[in-house]
Structures are given as structure tokens and as C-alpha cells.
Design a binder for this molecule. Structure first.
Ligand code: FAD
Length: 404
């Protein structure tokens, strides 16, 4: 008996770990040369994109602990998020938790009682575009809600679902839920490598360059896995976790309903070495939404970057570097900050996540075939597409197969 896990993103890694630790023989098949999927290190070690977790991502943090990687995720801004507003040049800290807004210094602009109540109404109210819900509170929307929407839903506020943001808001009330963490050394050493090592310690193994081309089915079961150069006939007791991205899952299982549209995230990684500590700064009215400063480099995130995904590196890098210099000056970030734009690597993830628009989330069957369970961020209807959703979906797929 073997359990074949197709796709070594976070969903596949989480499923493989649970199954291997339950004593099942697990073989992961990954199409690309690296594991990690949309949260991976590129061959030169650069992250595909900055990934942040918050305390509310309890499944992700527990997974990190289990694979021995929790210490690699540091909290760069425990005193509140530094935010630079390029519209007026103001630089201040903002608390992510409304519980801390009693301190005026940490309260976002426009955070009146009625504005905060309006935001909170999204946790329970009817589903509609967030810009519509917040229309009467433009300052609070601009300075807090909109950046939160873009960061968590990767969808512009004019089209993003208030109910999906509500799923996030409901989780942000608990103790420590808004503490923000990033990988100190990168997604390779702080996530993917330790996850693979834990799976291997539990007896599982991975093969790279193994793209599943066709899933052969008969009588409501998966009967063979066709990888092109080789294929695997599935025995009576063999099982499958399909943990591929939505478009690929639909190609393999054509009756699946999957998210209709995706949104890009653009990341720029600048080659600039500097001293500790790690810093994480937000910007308003800027190309850069977030700037992550690590000793190994400076990374910029542009989520919901429909327009930016069409621009060239020559257009993006000098603009971003000019903004980074302003961040470094405003928050006195130590180290050298050359005026000339350093070498930069642009990574455009065109289908980073589904667009989270109003409407009920998809609820695909966890087991569409008798011996096959689905996993992937898009299959977890209780959260937007995130690392936490991917891990929870992988664990749910493993449970569904173990329950048999
Ligand atoms: C730039 C960027 C920034 C992000 N920032 C954050 C963040 O800050 N916080 C957060 O929580 N989330 C963030 N996300 C979202 C998060 O990365 C994803 O939700 C999560 O990684 C999805 O994991 P997954 O396993 O569901 O899918 P994937 O990561 O897509 O994994 C699927 C895997 O299947 C493989 N595969 C595909 N087809 C086949 C096939 N036919 N055969 C074999 N293998 C196949 C792929 O190569 C891939 O490894 C971000 C995403 C991006 C792109």
C-alpha cells in the first residue's frame, strides 16, 4: 500500500507529514525541481515572494513547530507596524490589533468608533465589495482596511468580498492573533527544507520532476497515475492526495469546479546586504506595499498587482528603490543605503491566489473519488487562500484517507 501525494506545496507537505507520521508509506510527486509551490525558494535561494504569518494562523505556526522551524520565524515589529505615508511623508507606527488602539499613538488614521464598528460588521454582515462597505469612512479605509484587504485577500477593495475579510477579522480577536512573523533566513531554510526533512524522518520520500499528466479513473476510483515517462498502476489499497493548484486539479479531474479568476503578486528582491535586525514596513500611496529588510536583502511586495505585473523591471526597480530609501531614512534603518538602484530580481506570480470576490466560497468534496482526497489552499472554504488554509486542507485530506 502506498499513498501518492501529488504536489509538494504546503498542502501536499502537510498531508504527507500527517500520513507518514501515521505510519503510511508516502511518496510525494512534485513537478518542479523545488518543493514549496507558491511559497518556495528559487534555485538561487531567493524567496519567490515575501510570506508573512500572524498569530491567528495557528495551523501554520503549529506546523512550523512540528517540523522544528518555529524559531526561524521572527517578529520584526513587536512595537506596532511602521507605516510611511508617501502622500504627506508622515512616518508612524500602527497597531494591527484594535485592542491596542486605546493608545492614540498606535491608532490608524480615521479609526473612529463608527468606522471600526463598520469594519467589524464585515465579520457578520451581508457579502458585498469592501469598498462599498467602507465608503463612508475613507480615511480609515485608506490607512488600514485597504492595506489589510490587499495583504490578506490579494484582491482590490472595489471587488473584494466583505465576507471573506470577515473570516479573517473573526480570527484576529484572540490573544497574540495579530502578531506578525516572517522567515528570518527565507522560505527554503525556514519552511520547505525542514518540512521535507520531517517527512523523510517519518519514512516518506519525494521525487522531483514528476508532473502528473493524467489521472486514470474507473468505477469512481483513481486506477493509475500517468507521469509521461513512467506510470504507476494503483493497487486496491493505494491512495492519492491531489494537492495541485486549482487549474491543474481541474485539468486532471475535469468535473471539478475551481476558482474562476486569480490575482498576481509582484515581488522585487534587491541585492543589498546589511546588519540585523529584520524590519517590515508598510507604505501608503506607493508602488511598494511592504518592504522587508533582512541582512541578506531587501524585498518589496506588490499584491493585487494587476497593472504592475505588466511592467518591466526597468520601470519597477528604480521607483521601488527610491521608496525604499525614504523608508530607510524615515525609520532610521541601519546599514548602507546606496543611491544607485542595486541589482534587483523581479518575480511575478501571475496566479498567486484566487480573487476573493463576493459569493459563497467553493466547497469541493474532500474525497471526489473513493481513494483520492483533494487538498490545496482553494479547497479550504473557511479562510482566504493562504499558507494556513493550505496546511489545514492538507491535514484534512490526510484525515479523510486515514479514516477509511
Ligand atoms: C508571492 C506570494 C506571496 C504570498 N504571500 C502570502 C503570505 O504572506 N501569507 C500567506 O499565508 N500566504 C501567502 N501566499 C499564498 C500561499 O503561498 C499559498 O496559499 C500556498 O502556498 C498554497 O499552497 P498549496 O499547497 O495549496 O498550492 P501550491 O503552493 O500551488 O502547491 C502546488 C504544488 O503542486 C505542484 N504541481 C502542479 N501541478 C502538478 C502536477 N501535475 N504534478 C505534480 N505536481 C504538480 C506545483 O509545482 C506546486 O509545488 C502568497 C503567495 C504568493 C504567490
Amino acid at each position: 500500500m502506498t499513498i501518492h501525494v501529488i504536489g509538494a506545496g504546503l498542502a501536499g507537505l502537510a498531508a504527507a507529514l500527517d500520513l507518514a507520521e501515521a505510519g503510511r508509506p508516502v511518496l510525494l510527486h512534485e513537478a518542479s525541481p523545488q518543493a514549496g509551490g507558491r511559497a518556495r525558494a528559487l534555485p538561487d535561494g531567493t524567496d519567490n515572494g515575501t510570506h508573512a504569518l500572524v498569530g491567528a494562523n495557528t495551523a501554520a505556526l503549529a506546523f512550523l513547530k512540528r517540523i522544528g522551524a518555529r524559531d526561524g520565524w521572527v517578529e520584526p515589529e513587536p512595537e506596532g507596524l511602521p507605516v510611511l505615508d508617501l502622500a504627506d511623508g508622515s512616518a508612524r507606527r500602527v497597531a494591527l490589533s484594535p485592542l491596542a488602539w486605546g493608545n492614540q499613538a498606535l491608532r490608524p488614521a480615521g479609526a473612529t468608533l463608527s468606522a471600526v464598528a463598520r469594519m467589524a460588521s464585515m465579520a457578520f454582515g451581508r457579502d458585498r465589495p469592501i469598498a462599498q462597505v467602507m465608503a463612508a469612512h475613507p480615511a480609515f479605509h485608506r490607512g488600514f482596511v485597504d492595506p489589510l484587504v490587499i495583504a490578506t485577500l490579494n484582491t482590490p477593495s472595489v471587488e473584494a468580498s466583505s465576507a471573506r475579510l470577515g473570516q479573517v477579522l473573526r480570527r484576529l480577536g484572540g490573544p497574540g492573533a495579530t502578531r506578525l512573523y516572517v522567515a528570518e533566513h527565507g522560505l527554503g531554510p525556514d519552511l520547505v527544507v525542514p518540512a521535507l526533512a520531517a517527512i523523510e524522518r517519518a519514512g516518506g520520500s519525494i521525487r522531483h520532476g514528476a508532473r502528473l499528466r493524467r489521472l486514470v479513473q474507473a468505477g469512481g476510483r483513481a486506477t493509475a497515475l500517468d507521469f509521461g515517462e513512467d506510470s504507476v498502476l494503483l493497487g486496491r489499497d493505494d491512495q492519492v492526495v491531489l494537492a495541485t493548484p486549482p487549474w491543474e486539479s481541474q485539468r486532471l479531474l475535469t468535473h471539478l469546479e475551481v476558482p474562476a479568476a486569480h490575482a498576481p503578486i509582484v515581488n522585487l528582491h534587491f541585492d543589498r546586504q546589511g546588519p540585523d535586525p529584520v524590519r517590515f514596513v508598510g507604505l501608503l500611496d506607493a508602488l511598494c506595499q511592504w518592504v522587508l529588510v533582512r541582512p541578506s536583502g531587501v524585498s518589496v511586495t506588490v499584491s493585487a498587482g494587476d497593472a504592475e505585473a505588466g511592467l518591466k523591471e526597468a520601470d519597477l526597480a528604480p521607483r521601488a528603490w527610491t521608496e525604499i530609501l525614504r523608508v530607510a531614512a524615515a525609520f532610521r534603518i541601519p546599514g548602507e543605503w546606496p543611491l544607485m538602484t542595486p541589482p534587483c530580481r523581479v518575480v511575478k506570480e501571475r496566479r498567486a491566489t484566487p480573487r476573493h470576490v463576493p459569493g459563497p466560497p467553493l466547497r469541493p468534496a474532500r474525497k471526489p473519488l473513493a481513494n483520492l482526497a483533494l487538498a490545496g489552499d482553494w479547497t479550504w472554504p473557511h479562510l482566504p487562500a493562504t499558507i494556513d488554509a493550505a496546511i489545514r486542507s492538507g491535514q484534512a485530506a490526510a484525515t479523510a484517507l486515514l479514516r477509511r
